[in-house]
Design a protein around this ligand. Structure first.
Ligand code: ZN
Length: 62
């Protein structure tokens, strides 16, 4: 079984954390044309369930 041989240096931990932060910041969010909240492009809006001008998830009927 693989063992940990050495404690990762501060530089290694910090650079990994910084890279993850950069990924999160670079997430490309667009505004939903229906409810104007931020959503991922090419995905159904999680807030109102609309995509491409249609109500896909029918969240507003309840
Ligand atoms: Zn929406």
């Amino acid at each position: 079984m693989a063992n940990v041989t050495r404690k990762p240096s501060k530089a290694k931990s910090r650079s990994r954390r910084a890279a993850n932060q950069r990924i999160k910041q670079s997430l490309n969010l667009i505004e939903c044309p229906n409810c104007h909240t931020k959503k991922l492009p090419h995905k159904v809006c999680g807030n109102c369930g609309h995509y491409g001008g249609k109500d896909i998830l029918n969240l507003s009927k309840d």
